[in-house]
Design a binder for this molecule. Structure first.
Ligand SMILES: [Zn+2]
Length: 433
C-alpha cells in the first residue's frame, strides 16, 4: 500500500468519524440529498442502463425513481456499470481466482466481488481501488471505537490483500482461513491473543464450544459477527459466556449497511447508503438501498432480499443513524399458510422462536416449506435425547405459533437427519423452496 493510499484511507477514517458525530437532526437528510443529487446526475451521464431505466422520471425526485434488483442488474451488467465491463469477462476472472484460491481477482484497478448464489444465481460487483480505500477507512473509523494498540483476528472464507496491507504498528491484522481446521486456529488464538475477533456466527459458536471445554483460553475484548445473520439466541449465548456485547457488521457485496456502535446496537450506515423501506407488515421491512459513494457500479434504489426489523427507539450512544433490531433472514424464505381462509406470510423468525421454545435438546434444525400449509422440519438432537418426546414438543410449539395467526391446517413432517451447514455456507434455518 502506497503512502498516498494510506493518507487517503486515513482521510476517510477521519471523515467517517466526523460524520458519525455530526450528521444528526436535519443534517443527515440534507447530506443524503446533496450526495444523491450529485450521484444521480453523474450516473445518468455514465451508465447507459440507468439513463434508459429513468427515462420519463424526474431525476430530482430520486426516492421515486424505479427500483432495480439483482436480476435486472445482471441481465444488463455491461450497461449497468460505468466502465462497460462485460459480465462474462468479470465472471471468468472471479471463478479462475476462486479455483486458484487467489482471492483478489482484479481487472485493471478493479476488484471483482461475487455475491452468494442462494437465490438462484450469483451477483457480480466491481469496486475501484479508490472505492476500496473509502470502504476500508470508513469501516475502520466505525469499528475502532478507541485508538489504541489493537490486534484483530479475521476469520474469512477469502483472504484479501487489503487486510494484510492495512496492518501497522498500532493495529495488527491476522487472517484465519475458514476452510482450515479449527484446532490449529485455536492454538494460534491462544498465543496471538487478539483484542477483537471478527468471524461468521457459525465460527463464533465453535469458539464458544472451545472456550467451554477449555481449549480456548484466550478471552477477546470484542467479538464482531460478519457474513451471515446472527440469531438472537446465538447472540445471547455468546454474550452471556464471554460477558461482552456481540457486535455485528451487516454488509453485502451490494453495500455496507450496518455496523454496531460502542453501545452494541446495529446502526444503518446512513451516510454510506440511503435506505428506503418497503413495509412487509408485522413490523418487518425490506430495504431499498442507494449507495451514496459508489460510481463504478452504481447501486441506486436497489432492492435487497433481506427482511429487517427496525428499532423504534433512538440509540443511547447519541447517533441519529437508525438502529436495526434484527436481521430476520431472506424475503424469499417467507413461508405461507392459510389463516382465517386467507393466504398469509409467516416470517422465518416466528418459526425460529417456536423452535427455540420447543425443547432444550435441539442442537440444530432446518425448516423447509415446499408448498403452502406444509413444513418439513429436520432436527438434530443431543445424543441422550428422546426423539419421540422432542418430535411431539416441536409439533406442539409450531402448531401453537401458527394457531396464533389463525392457521390450523398445517401439515408437519419431522425428521432427525444430521445437518451440516459448514462454516462457509450461509446457515438458513428456514427455507422456502
Ligand atoms: Zn448506538
Amino acid at each position: 500500500m502506497s503512502i498516498s493510499d494510506v493518507l487517503t484511507m486515513g482521510y476517510h477514517f477521519g471523515q467517517a468519524r466526523w460524520r458519525w458525530q455530526h450528521l444528526n437532526g436535519e443534517r443527515l437528510p440534507a447530506f443524503q440529498a446533496t450526495k444523491t443529487r450529485q450521484l444521480i446526475a453523474w450516473v445518468a451521464q455514465h451508465s447507459a442502463f440507468y439513463r434508459q431505466h429513468w427515462q420519463g422520471h424526474n431525476l430530482n425526485d430520486w426516492r421515486n425513481l424505479p427500483a432495480v434488483d439483482k436480476s435486472l442488474m445482471m441481465a444488463n451488467f455491461r450497461e449497468f456499470n460505468t466502465l462497460q465491463v462485460p459480465a462474462a469477462a468479470a465472471f471468468d476472472l472471479a471463478q479462475q481466482a476462486e479455483q486458484q484460491r487467489d482471492f483478489v481477482p482484479r481487472l485493471g484497478d478493479l476488484t471483482i466481488g461475487l455475491s452468494s448464489g442462494t437465490s438462484g444465481y450469483r451477483g457480480l460487483f466491481l469496486v475501484s481501488a479508490a472505492e476500496q480505500l473509502l470502504w476500508a477507512g470508513t469501516i475502520l473509523g466505525r469499528t475502532l471505537h478507541q485508538i489504541k494498540p489493537t490486534k484483530i483476528a479475521f476469520f474469512l472464507r477469502a483472504n484479501s490483500n487489503l487486510y494484510q496491507q492495512l496492518g501497522g504498528r498500532l493495529i495488527q491484522f491476522r487472517y484465519f482461513d475458514l476452510t482450515q481446521a479449527l484446532v490449529g486456529h485455536i492454538q494460534v488464538l491462544n498465543e496471538y491473543r487478539p483484542t477483537i475477533i471478527v468471524a461468521p456466527p457459525a465460527l463464533l459458536l465453535q469458539l464458544l464450544a472451545a472456550a467451554q471445554n477449555g481449549q480456548l483460553s484466550h478471552r477477546p475484548e470484542r467479538m464482531i459477527s460478519v457474513a451471515d445473520a446472527l440469531a438472537n439466541d446465538e447472540q445471547q449465548q455468546l454474550s452471556n459466556y464471554f460477558d461482552i456485547p456481540i457486535e455485528q457488521i451487516y454488509q453485502a457485496t451490494e453495500g455496507l449497511l450496518g455496523i454496531s456502535c460502542a453501545h452494541g446496537n446495529l446502526h444503518l450506515q446512513e451516510d454510506i447508503v440511503a435506505v428506503d423501506f418497503e413495509d412487509l407488515g408485522q413490523g418487518r421491512v425490506t430495504p431499498y438501498i442507494t449507495d451514496l459513494w459508489r460510481r463504478t457500479q452504481p447501486i441506486i434504489r436497489y432492492r435487497l432480499n433481506d427482511v429487517l426489523r427496525l428499532s423504534s427507539q433512538p440509540c443511547t450512544c447519541g447517533s441519529a443513524f437508525a438502529v436495526i433490531e434484527q436481521i430476520e433472514g431472506r424475503r424469499d424464505d417467507l413461508c405461507y399458510f392459510t389463516c382465517h381462509g386467507q393466504r398469509q406470510a409467516i416470517f422465518p423468525d416466528s418459526l425460529r422462536r417456536a423452535m427455540l421454545l420447543a425443547h432444550s435438546a435441539i442442537q440444530e434444525y432446518q425448516i423447509t416449506q415446499t408448498h403452502d400449509d406444509q413444513l418439513t422440519i429436520n432436527v438434530m438432537l443431543a445424543d441422550f435425547a428422546d426423539q419421540v418426546a422432542v418430535g411431539a414438543a416441536v409439533e406442539q410449539q409450531i402448531k401453537l405459533h401458527l394457531a396464533d395467526y389463525g392457521c390450523t391446517n398445517c401439515q408437519l413432517s419431522i425428521g432427525f437427519e444430521p445437518i451440516e451447514y459448514g462454516l462457509v455456507n450461509k446457515r438458513r434455518r428456514v427455507i422456502r423452496q
